[in-house]
Every structure is written in C-alpha cells, then in structure tokens.
Ligand binder design. Structure first.
Ligand code: ADP
Length: 420
C-alpha cells in the first residue's frame, strides 16, 4: 500500500525547523565543541562557513516539506555538505569525527522535534510522525553521505599525490646513490693501480671526496625528509626564526670557506612551522647561495627574510613566504625555467668548479608541494638570485603572531582533535 505523505504535519515540521534554525545550529556547535577539543570559532572558522549550517537545516526542512522530491545532487545543500567535507579534511578531522558530528546533528533534530511534540505543537498520529521523522533521518543521511564521500575523495586524492611523489623521489634517490657509489668504487679501484701518475692520483682522490660529499648531501636530505611529519596539516613544532637559525648553523664553515656572509633578518615572523621541512628548504637554498657565489665580488652575501600575509577570504588563508637572496653568479635566463627539475644543473662544472647533484632544488619543490606550498626563483635586474618558498596556513594564531590579526581572531592552543 503506497504511503500517503502527511502534508500538513510535514509543513508544520518544516516551518518549525526553518524558524528554529539558529537555535539548532547553536545547539549543534555547543555539542561538537564539547566533544572536539577545538575552539568554537574554529569549527566553522569564517562567517561564510558558519552560514553553511543554517542552509543545511533549511535544506532538511525543504526536503521534509516536499515529500515527493529528492535533495538535488549538485544543488546548494549537498554542495555545502561537500564543502564541509573539504573543510574537515583541511582541519585534520578523521572519518570517525565527521560521522560523530552528523550523528549529533541527527540527535539534535530529533530531540528538537520531540520537544515540539511534547509541547503540543505538532499534533499528529504516530504513523504520520514516523513518516515525517523518517524523512528527516533520510535528509541527515544524504548530507552525511555528501560530506563523507567528498572527505574521502579529497583524502584519496591526497594519498595518490603523495604516493606518486614518493615513487618519483625513490627513483631519483636510487639513481643518485647508484651513480655516486659507482664513481666512488671506480675511483678507489683505480687508486690501487701502480701505474697512476701523481696528477691522476690527486684527481681520483678528489673524485672520492666530491662523491662522498654528494652522498652525504643526499643522506642529510633523506634524514630531514624522514623527520617531516607524515600529516603535514598538523605538523608545526618550532618558530620560523629558530628553524632558520638551525639551518644556518648547520652551514657554518661552508660560508667561511667561500667568504660569504650569511645575514638573517631580525624581524622573521614568529610563525610555527614544521622544523624539518623548513630547515631542509632553507639549508638547500642557503648552501646553493654559498656554492654559487660570485668570486669576482669582494663583498659576497646571502640574506634570509620572510613575510606573512593573511586574507580574510572565505577560508581565511594565510601564507608564509621565505626568501633567500644572494649576490652570486645568478642563472642564465634560458636555464631559469628548469631549475627545480630533477638532475638539472644550470652551470657546468668547468665554469663554476662546483660539483653537485642537481637534486637539491627538486627535493625542496617536492617537500614544499607536499605541504601545499610553492617554491620558485626570481632574478633581480641588479644580478644575483632570490630563491623562495611559501607555506600555507589557516591558523588565526599565525596571523596574530605575525601582527596581522583578524578582527575575530582568538588566539588558542593547537587544535588537538580528540573525540571522546
Ligand atoms: P646542485 O647544486 O647539486 O647542482 P640543485 O638542485 O640544488 O643542485 O640546483 C640546481 C641548479 O640550480 C644548480 O646546479 C645551479 O646551476 C642552480 N642554482 C641553484 N641555486 C643557485 C643560486 N643561488 N645561484 C645560482 N645558481 C643556482
């Protein structure tokens, strides 16, 4: 027997949900806040995102009212639910937390309806109440599915990207290690030959040193990469000035040998960064700036500075940019587009007398990209180079620390997302 839809009751429930939407949203936020250790302003960090929730409630109300229609795929309600999935992914929620969040929404809608029934505002028989309640439950389910499937899609894509990055990286490192070890074995075998001239002996000896230095460089990068937090969205453990100081400290000696002065800006924004990733990028850039210094200049320098911008757009994106500037030999215009490619070297060893691997910049590019940032180089008219990278941040504390607080910024501790 076809179920006749209780139109009058559905209208009353829909009207009630529409008019109480702010109250329902407030209850939902309170309940999520009580369960997730996250500041309430961060559950929906911007006005626009906060507006999503009343729209979801409106969508549920309309679905209940129009008993014979489905929530349109691609319509505004499911689109908002999908955006919620994306937001939760960027906030580092896991699938369980999202399911919990929607369970709470369902529970709140049901207790709200129960209150209306007990207050005598929704007069209807049990059958009709069950039919309308089922419709509410189905709407919540559709929203949950849209949020969850989008969350899983975003997570899946991120994992795929990371996998292919890792595969490329593996290929590059094995190729590099093989070449270097091959050169070391070849040179050391030849060094045992009695017929070698002193000149050859010195040359092979130099090859041993250069190739083992290059191996050390790859190993240092590998070690730094292994310290980078697997979940780049959560990893932030030192302030930028400390990370830069550590990277520069590691290069002490190299700068003296080349007569290059390293200057670090005193006003680096005190933003929390992933220590290993930042040190890796800064030390690759600074060591290149030292290696490719201009010996014809008396005054050789490398300068590290940074800036931070925070936009109050829908997602309130912040961006930290770090610049390593030098007055070195620069890069010929025709080579600039390929600098960050694997194995690419813009200067031949006969010109610079600098041996290298051509993988440092590609490791920087991969590392920064895996954290959602960018790496690039600029070449000022007066000569030298600027190598830069950016890292994104959504944190209002970063804006506050950098001295660009938003009106609604409330400094809080790191979001430790724990659901009891
Ligand atoms: P490597 O230094 O081992 O060759 P990288 O990937 O670090 O490898 O750099 C790639 C190339 O980019 C270098 O070979 C060099 O030609 C160029 N390069 C990098 N940094 C600088 C710099 N600061 N000034 C001039 N050229 C640079």
């Amino acid at each position: 027997m076809p179920v006749t839809y209780p139109v009058e009751l559905a209208k009353a429930v829909a009207g009630s949900l529409h008019s109480a939407r702010e109250e329902i949203v407030a209850r939902w936020l309170d309940r999520i806040n009580a369960r997730v250790n996250l500041d309430i302003g961060k559950i929906f960090p911007t006005e626009e995102l906060l507006n999503h929730v009343p729209l979801l409630i409106d969508g549920i109300a309309e679905y209940v009212e129009n008993g014979d229609e489905e929530i349109p795929q691609g319509g505004p309600v499911l689109a908002k639910a999908m955006e919620l999935g994306e937001l939760r992914h960027s906030q580092g929620f896991d699938a369980y937390q999202i399911l919990k969040e929607h369970e709470i929404l369902g529970a709140i809608l049901f207790s709200y309806m129960l209150e209306r029934v007990e207050a005598g505002e929704l007069e209807a028989g049990p059958r009709d109440l069950i039919v309308v309640s089922h419709r509410v439950a189905h709407a919540v389910e559709m929203i949950r599915q849209a949020t969850m499937s989008h969350f899983l899609r975003v997570s899946g894509n991120r994992i795929k990207e990371q996998e292919s990055r890792l595969r490329r990286f593996n290929r590059m490192v094995s190729h590099e290690l093989k070449n270097r070890v091959g050169a070391i074995r070849g040179a050391s075998a030849l060094l045992t030959e009695s017929w070698l001239s002193d000149e050859d002996r010195t040359r092979f000896h130099r090859m041993l040193i250069e190739n083992s230095d290059a191996l050390q460089h790859v190993l240092d990068n590998l070690e730094a990469l292994s310290r980078i937090d697997a979940d780049a969205r959560q990893a932030r453990n030192v302030l930028l000035p400390q990370a830069v100081a550590e990277a520069v400290r590691q290069l002490r000696g190299a700068d003296d040998a080349k007569g290059v002065l390293i200057a670090v800006a005193e006003d680096l924004p005190p933003i929390e960064v992933d220590a290993a990733a930042t040190e890796l990028c800064v030390s690759n850039y600074v060591s290149n700036a030292i290696k490719y210094c201009d010996h014809s200049k008396l005054d050789r320098w490398v300068k590290v500075d940074a800036d931070y911008t925070f936009t109050s757009g829908p997602d309130g994106e912040g961006e930290l940019r770090v610049f390593v500037r030098d007055n070195g030999i620069g890069v010929p215009p025709e080579a600039r587009g390929r600098l960050f490619d694997e194995y690419y070297r813009a200067h031949s060893e006969t010109v610079t007398d600098v041996s290298g691997t051509g993988i440092g910049l590609s490791i920087v590019r991969e590392t920064v990209a895996s954290m959602g940032g960018k790496s690039w180089a600029e070449f000022p008219a007066e000569g030298g180079s600027i190598f830069a990278f950016s890292l994104p941040s959504r944190r209002q504390e970063d804006a506050a620390a950098a001295g660009t607080p938003r009106a609604d910024a409330t400094p809080t501790k790191l979001p430790g997302l724990t659901f009891e």
